[in-house]
Structures are given as structure tokens and as C-alpha cells.
Design a protein around this ligand. Structure first.
Ligand code: FO1
Length: 336
């Protein structure tokens, strides 16, 4: 079976680890990774979500943090501080730095981000084909108003430095409008047997991937069933601060509202599926909510999305594999 998953960072990576445990060796998984979180620091290109997927599946992740390398040391950061060079709020460890050095060196030599990602994966062997959503630069910015007035800050500044403590007024995927899907992305979606939307942030992770022209349309038109897993349990994000960015796009932080925002493909079938209106163009056939949100099942189904309530806490690999099996089972149920 050919499985395509659109993935952000920590939540996406942990889900993929469960998915890999749930499938067999004959199954092929292609991951389309978010690069909207990418940031350029010290002349280096840092791709947090691609790296989080790569390290998590390759056994090199710092499990407690969910990002960065295991057994990390921080000499470079300390040396940069001595030079008064920041940002201090973003932690790049020594081992992690090596990844950004190799990536940046290869990009400077003329390789594309997809080629570089493939090369980095030769070391990490993540067990999936990891594709960046685009080889073009896309950077998610967040519009905020604080003591310094109204301004747009880089997503990492909003997330890591400001801890999403200020309301997000708008999410702007800078560069997305002219970005092209990376080689292989549209083909993988068109040829998939199943498409999964892991419990990643629907706005800044999955949303940034879908903002690359052609990707949303390809998912909406794919012959394969599309099944998503709610990143919201009991009205709050499982981790992170997804509620803050959901508010910026006018979506309530509930499992039901996120499903309706992705929208039903079935309900729109027969219509053009482009006239669904921006973020509401139909994308999913099936949706998993946590058992705590079982009361949302009827409303999601009424919107034309098959919905099941199953445990969605990724407490360990076995529990996560069970979630992946439930998503694949729902995909079979909704397969046309
Ligand atoms: N998250 C933090 O909360 N603090 C950090 O200092 C930090 C550094 C960092 C460095 C490399 C990397 O790959 C990820 C890093 N993250 C850090 C995680 C990252 O900010 C976000 O969780 C993702 O971009 C959201 O998916």
C-alpha cells in the first residue's frame, strides 16, 4: 500500500513512528513535510519539522523535548553568546548544528532542498520517503499586536520566544503563493492508496503545506481516501499552542471545528470542489476524534465526514500504532 502523510513537527513525527509500527515492509510511506517553520540563522538554513521527522524516525531525537538531538551539547551556542550573537531564545545544539551545516553547504553548492533532505536521510534511514513540501522558500509569519505595535514576526519567534502568549491576528505563509510543490509531491498524492493528515497543527503545519499552490487541489482530487486525526482533545491541543493559531483563522479549538474546517470531500463532490471557499474546500473523507470527544461524532458525520472516536493520546509507540491502524481501517471504510 502507498501511504502519503502530510506532517508537521513533533505530533506528526510521533504519529509516523506509530504508523511505521502498524504497517508491513511492503507498504511505502511518503511524508510531505512542512517547511513553513524553516528559519535562517547564522547563515544556515534550519528545517525544524523535516529534522524532527528525520531524527524521530531515525532514532536521534531528544525524546523529552520532542525536537533536537539526543545527547546534545551546547558549546556553539555558548560561544555565540560570548560574541553577543543571538538569538538566545532559539536552541541549536552542537550535534544539530552539523545537520544545518551539511544542509546549507549542499544548498550553496546548488542542490535543492529535496536533494539535500534525501542525502541527510541516507544517514538517518527514517523508513519513509521524506519530501519537503516545496524546494522554494516559504516562511510562516504571524501578525501580532503588542507593546511594539502591530507587526509580523517569524513563526519561531511567535512560538518559541513569545510562547504564543500574544494573540495571533493572522498567519501569513510568506512565499507560498509563488512556491511550487517539490518534485514527487503531486505524483505521490495522485498515486497514493491512502492519504493521512496526522494530528499536526492544522494551521501552521498542515495549513502551510496546503498553502503551496497545487497541493490542496491534489489532495482534494486524489482518488485515495483522505483520513485525518484530531490534534485537539477535549477542547485543547494535545501539545503545543494550536488553539492560538486556530483562533487567528477563525476556527474553534475543538475536534469538530477542525474537521469541519478541513471540510468534507464527499459533500463537495459533484460541485467543482474549488468553489468551497478558501480554507473550506473539502479535503477529508474520514476523521478520528478522541474518545473524550465522542459527542462530536454525530456532528462531524452530519457534515459528510465519516467519524470514529478512538483513543488519540500518543502515550507510546503501541498506542500510536493503534491510532494509525484505526486511521487505515477508516480509510478502507470510506474507500469509494
Ligand atoms: N522549540 C522550542 O521550544 N525551543 C527551542 O529553542 C527550539 C529550538 C529548535 C531547534 C531546532 C529544531 O529543529 C526545533 C527547535 N524547536 C524549539 C522546535 C520548533 O520550534 C517547533 O516545535 C516546531 O517548529 C513546530 O513544529
Amino acid at each position: 500500500m502507498r501511504i502519503v502523510a502530510l506532517a508537521g513537527g513533533i505530533g506528526g513525527a510521533r504519529f509516523l513512528r506509530g504508523l511505521l509500527a502498524a504497517v508491513g515492509p511492503q507498504d511505502e510511506i511518503t511524508v510531505i513535510g512542512n517547511t513553513g517553520d524553516d528559519i535562517h540563522l547564522y547563515g544556515l538554513k534550519v528545517c525544524p519539522d523535516l529534522d524532527t521527522v528525520m531524527y524521530t524516525l531515525g532514532g536521534g531525537i531528544n525524546e523529552e523535548q520532542g525536537w533536537g538531538r539526543t545527547d546534545e551539547t551546547w558549546s556553539i551556542k555558548a560561544e555565540m553568546k560570548e560574541y553577543g550573537v543571538g538569538p538566545e531564545w532559539f536552541g541549536l545544539g552542537d550535534r544539530d548544528f552539523a545537520t544545518h551545516l551539511v544542509r546549507s553547504q549542499m544548498l550553496t553548492a546548488g542542490y535543492s532542498l529535496s536533494q539535500v533532505t534525501e542525502a541527510l536521510c541516507v544517514r538517518w534511514k527514517p523508513g519513509v520517503r521524506l519530501l519537503p513540501m516545496s524546494d522554494d522558500r516559504v516562511e510562516t509569519h504571524v501578525r501580532i499586536t503588542d507593546g511594539q505595535g502591530t507587526r509580523a514576526v517569524h513563526f519561531q519567534e511567535y512560538w518559541v520566544k513569545l510562547h504564543a502568549a500574544v494573540d495571533a491576528e493572522a498567519i501569513i505563509p510568506v512565499g507560498a503563493d509563488t512556491a511550487k510543490p517539490a518534485p514527487g509531491v503531486l505524483e505521490a498524492i495522485a498515486e497514493a492508496d491512502v492519504i493521512l493528515l496526522p494530528p499536526s497543527n492544522p494551521v501552521v503545519s498542515i495549513g502551510s503545506i496546503l498553502a503551496v499552490p497545487g497541493i490542496r487541489e491534489a489532495v482534494a482530487a486524489a482518488p485515495a481516501p483522505v483520513v485525518g486525526l484530531s490534534p485537539i482533545i477535549g477542547g485543547a491541543p494535545v501539545r503545543g499552542m494550536a488553539d492560538k493559531v486556530l483562533a487567528a483563522v477563525g476556527v474553534e479549538a475543538t475536534a469538530e471545528a477542525v474537521a469541519l474546517d478541513y471540510g468534507s470531500r464527499t459533500a463537495l463532490r459533484g460541485s467543482s470542489n474549488e468553489g468551497g471557499g478558501g480554507r473550506r474546500a473539502g479535503l477529508i473523507d474520514g476523521w478520528l476524534v478522541d474518545t473524550a470527544d465522542a459527542a462530536a461524532v454525530d456532528a462531524v458525520e452530519a457534515a459528510g465526514i465519516a467519524c470514529r472516536a478512538v483513543p488519540l493520546l500518543m502515550t507510546d509507540v503501541d498506542a500510536t500504532a493503534e491510532m494509525a491502524r484505526a486511521a487505515l481501517a477508516l480509510a478502507e471504510q470510506v474507500r469509494k
